[in-house]
Write a protein that binds this ligand. Structure first.
Ligand code: PEP
Ligand code: MG
Length: 581
């Protein structure tokens, strides 16, 4: 049994057999072999090298005949790399001395080799890196590792163990069979974490290198509540976690009874409780759990989950489905938030040194109007089917807001001229995600119909901490007093101007933090569907006065740690039913 600690990003517990994926999408049957099998594993590698060598030689001859010797020489260079004595020595060492499986050793060594070439920042050597990865793939195929494709063809439950998972890879996991995952990289606020919550998949990220040290892992436990991963657990541990699973299930069943009750405090202060979604199919769970509406529809996932760039019709279909199913309840459609860790189908910017400070979100949309216009047209067209509101992400300057609004007007005029049904009188909102927006909020509120605080980015940009980086995960704290002061300031400005304000960042999905936000004056929250019941339970268990007292006390603290400890304490006093032991 091996216990690992990582960052808990999506709650819940999952138990099942491991499916190990390598960094480049190959399914590696196992990482280590028994000491007595190391020699035969090395022989397997040698046969694989011979097989790839024969293939490359055939490619060289055929290509030289058809396209000339120079083109054929590409394969000659690959052959030379394949037979590099240093490469063989390193692979031999890993297999014979460290007892790594051949496929695993190939994947690690060639990846490191390619990364080293890329770091040299020389275009010629970068091409070489691609050749190295090509050799890696061919060796892996010879060794029986299969591509990640079969992830969509699973037939039995698994727990995915991977070096990393992008948000789109996470989105394509088949929820029926993938019951949880853990990764070596990743931070607490990354979009991979958000997708995991949306899919309700227990997940732990940012564990650090661990895959080199595990064997075939017959069984894995992912504890998404505490950030623990247990490889090959003993009987007692399995029993303990099975009990936890049962406890969680009975709590969920009890909370489900709240579905049709209003979200209000004991003294009848009504709180708007909406849901955040990434995909249209999620509306079902929002309705099932009694959401007041969709407070954040992350539309960029339409890009991340399809193989082709979505057309205006694709946008329109998706939005119409959500709006129709929500049946008159408000739907806040956030315009594309691509860039940084969410990439589209074509390169929209040169390789950026600081993508989170670069061409992302509204900046990227305003620079790629062929991307932005179809989306805005689709939003206005879908608005005829219900209560649609549009929201712009990452607004930092007034100029950006005005440009986005102007484009919305232009698009409305185009629709009108073409006689296409649309609604242009929809409320227009902005996300408050950068400190600059808070500082200038008294100006923004004059030009906007509603505000929604994105605490995930607000924490990232206030604290200068990359939300998806495991190395600084301990510094990424949405309850940092600096972030709380920005939230409190935003609420005051919004109230003074009678501008509706919501909080849709992950912070609001934590029951204790939700009570703090209410105490700070927030009256609308938007949370992942899986958190609706827990947050409603917390709200229905307290008075407004208790929330205000929590906020007053919290605002005297000078560290996120003190805030979180105090909130945990208050929650277990006020809503003990939510604590799972
Ligand atoms: C946020 O930043 O808090 C937010 C809700 O947007 P996203 O997580 O999609 O960046
Ligand atoms: Mg954001």
């Amino acid at each position: 049994m091996v216990e690992l600690q990582g960052i808990p990003v999506s709650p819940g517990v999952a138990i099942g057999p491991a499916l190990v994926l390598d960094a480049d999408g190959y399914r590696i049957p196992r990482c280590l072999v028994a000491a007595e099998d190391a020699e035969s594993e090395f022989t397997r590698l040698q046969s694989a090298v011979e097989g790839v060598s024969a293939l490359l030689e055939t490619n060289r001859l055929n290509t030289s005949a058809v396209a000339g010797v120079n083109t054929g020489d590409i394969f000659a260079a690959q052959l030379q790399m394949l037979h590099d004595p240093r490469l063989h020595a390193e692979l031999g060492r890993r297999i014979r001395e460290e007892h790594q499986a051949a496929a695993y050793a190939v994947s690690r060594v060639l990846h490191n080799y390619a990364a080293a070439l890329r770091r040299l920042d020389n275009p010629l050597l970068a091409d070489r890196a691609e050749d190295v990865l090509d050799i890696e793939k061919q060796l892996l195929l010879q060794l029986g590792a299969v591509s990640r494709q079969p992830l969509s063809e699973l037939t039995e439950p698994v727990i995915v163990l991977s070096h990393s998972l992008t948000p789109s890879e996470t989105a394509s996991l088949d929820r029926r069979y993938v019951h949880g995952f853990c990764t070596e990289t990743g931070g607490p606020g990354g979009h991979t974490a958000i997708v995991a919550k949306g899919l309700e998949l227990p997940a732990v990220v940012g564990i650090g290198p661990f895959m080199e040290n595990i064997g075939s892992a017959a069984c894995v436990i992912v504890d998404g509540d505490r950030g623990r991963v247990i490889i090959d657990p003993d009987e007692a541990t399995i029993l303990q976690y099975t009990e936890r699973l049962q406890q969680r299930e009975s709590l969920s069943a009890r909370l489900a009874e709240l579905k049709d009750l209003p979200t209000e405090t004991v003294d009848k202060v009504r709180i708007g409780l909406s849901a955040n979604i990434e995909f249209p199919y999620e509306t079902e769970s929002c309705l099932e759990r009694g959401a007041d509406g969709i407070g954040l529809y992350r539309t960029e996932f339409l890009y991340l989950s399809s193989s082709e760039e979505p057309s205006e019709e694709d946008h329109y279909e998706a939005y119409s489905q959500v709006v129709r199913e929500m049946n008159g309840r408000p739907v806040v459609i956030r315009t594309l938030d691509l860039g940084a860790d969410k990439m589209g189908h074509r390169p929209l910017a040169e390789q950026e040194h600081n993508p989170f400070l670069g061409l992302r979100s509204i900046r990227l949309s305003l620079k790629n109007l062929d991307l932005f216009r179809p989306q805005l047209r689709a939003v206005l067209r879908a608005a005829v089917h219900g209560d649609v509101r549009v929201m712009f992400p990452l607004i930092t300057t007034i100029a950006e807001l005005r440009q986005a609004r102007m484009l919305l007007n232009v698009v409305a005029e185009d629709l009108s001229e073409s006689g296409i049904p649309y609604r242009s009188d929809i409320p227009v909102g902005m996300m408050v995600e950068v400190p600059a927006a808070v500082i200038m909020l008294d100006h923004f509120v004059k030009e906007i119909d509603f505000l929604s605080i994105g605490t995930n980015d607000l924490a990232q940009y206030t604290l200068a901490v990359d939300r998806s980086n495991e190395y600084v995960a301990d510094l990424y704290q949405s309850c940092d007093p600096a972030v709380l002061r920005l939230i409190a300031t935003s609420v005051k400005i919004a109230d003074a101007n009678h501008t509706p304000l919501a909080v849709c960042g992950e912070m609001s999905s934590n029951p204790g933090r939700a009570l703090l936000l209410i105490g700070l004056g927030v009256r609308n929250l938007s949370v992942p569907p899986s958190s609706l019941h827990r947050v409603k339970k917390a709200i229905r268990s307290v008075t407004l006065k208790q929330c205000t007292q929590i906020a007053e006390r919290v605002m005297t603290f000078d560290s996120a740690r003190d805030v979180d400890l105090y909130l945990q304490d208050r929650l277990s006093d006020l809503v003990p039913e939510l604590i799972v032991h």
